[in-house]
Design a protein around this ligand. Structure first.
Ligand SMILES: Nc1ncnc2c1ncn2[C@@H]1O[C@H](COP(=O)(O)OP(=O)(O)OP(=O)(O)O)[C@@H](O)[C@H]1O
Ligand SMILES: [Mg+2]
Length: 329
């Protein structure tokens, strides 16, 4: 199969007070059309840096990225993105958040068509009955599902996922991994996903890219995952190959262990909540068209008395209030 996503001689450096910091160097990867590739590496080595360059949210210092024969020069709707936190606009319902993305793909389509496509995507991830809920009325897993629905609603050729399940509890994470596997089996998108979880990579990926530690991190090893699809998590762990490949991955990670560096993603883990950060707003603007449709989807004026709605016990029949309850930081 031809490479659909090509990262060639990718490098990223920053000028810091201590001098030039080389984060990533000579990173080469070719991902075939319909292939699922995971990147694993120690915290702070540069995984998100590589992914954000492919997303067009960060510029490479050297080299470049090609998606479907076209060079990446900025964010584009040919790529669906999902992060640790779903970056939903808190004053829009789940459906409206997805609709916003749909509108960017085709702003000439009728409102009803956009709503239907948003509902179809929400149904795909099992959320048809919470379409009218606001993000803070949903559990963390449901919010992340809305983020995935939004990425699929763009009907992108490539999915770029940066630790999409790492903030979720184990059960919800397993559910969403299964959901993603099911969706990928149906749509066979080209996927590049960053994860810290070796078992997640073994379950989902066709190949696993092991990154060396920074500074100047690069591709260390690439490990093929040969399990037949569709995969079942209980079946693959019984395969003798599972332990062998798992040991290979863990040995690589252990041998490359160095003192941890503080990464941007790490800081974000401490900030997981329903309000959105300026960084997330940037992603929303670039990837959902909020900028273009700002007037239509602007935040409503806050009311004098904010309405508190807890995230615990979110049900599938919430009442959408339409009241603004958030402030942008
Ligand atoms: N603007 C910047 N200036 C200098 N260094 C930076 C800048 N942005 C990121 N870095 C550094 O780049 C390195 C890689 O960060 P990145 O977020 O890509 O790591 P990561 O592998 O995704 O980590 P994690 O697994 O914790 O998410 C880190 O050491 C980080 O401190
Ligand atoms: Mg990261």
């Amino acid at each position: 199969m031809n490479a659909f996503l090509e990262l060639t001689q990718l490098g990223k450096s920053y000028d810091t007070e201590q001098g030039r910091a080389v984060i990533v160097r000579d990173f080469n990867l070719r991902v075939s059309e319909g292939e699922f590739v995971c990147i694993i590496g120690h915290s702070g080595c540069g995984k998100s840096t590589v992914l954000s360059i492919a997303m067009g949210l960060n510029d490479a210092t050297e080299g470049g990225v090609i998606v479907g024969g076209k060079e990446v020069v900025g964010p584009g709707l040919d790529r669906g993105v999902v992060f640790q936190s779903p970056a939903l606009l808190p004053w829009l319902t789940a459906r409206e958040n997805v609709q916003l993305a749909v509108e960017q793909v085709n702003d000439r389509s009728r409102r009803r068509e956009r709503k239907e496509l948003a509902d179809k995507s929400l149904t795909l991830v099992g959320l048809s009955d919470i379409a009218d809920c606001y993000p803070d009325e949903l559990s963390a897993g449901m919010r992340q599902r809305v983020g995935i629905a939004r990425a699929f609603a763009l009907e992108p050729k490539v999915l770029l996922l940066d630790e999409p399940f790492s903030l979720l509890d184990v059960i919800t994470r397993m559910e969403l991994q299964d959901e993603l596997m099911r969706l990928w089996d149906v749509e066979r998108k080209t996927v590049l996903m960053v994860t810290h979880d070796v078992d997640e990579a073994l379950l989902l990926a066709d190949r696993i890219v092991l990154m060396t530690n920074g500074p100047a991190a690069t591709v260390g090893e690439i490990v093929a995952v040969p399990f037949a699809r569709p995969r079942d998590r209980l079946q693959i762990v019984d395969d003798p190959l599972y332990e062998r490949i798992r040991s290979q991955l863990i040995t690589f990670l252990k041998e490359r262990a160095t003192p941890r560096q503080i990464s941007l993603t790490e800081k974000r883990k401490e900030e997981a909540q329903t309000s959105i950060t300026a960084e997330e707003l940037l992603v929303i603007e670039r990837y959902t068209g909020f900028n273009r449709f700002r007037s239509r989807y602007r935040q409503q004026q806050p009311m004098a008395e904010p309405v508190e709605i807890g995230t615990q016990g979110a049900t599938s029949s919430c009442e959408a209030t339409g009241v603004s309850r958030v402030t942008l930081r």
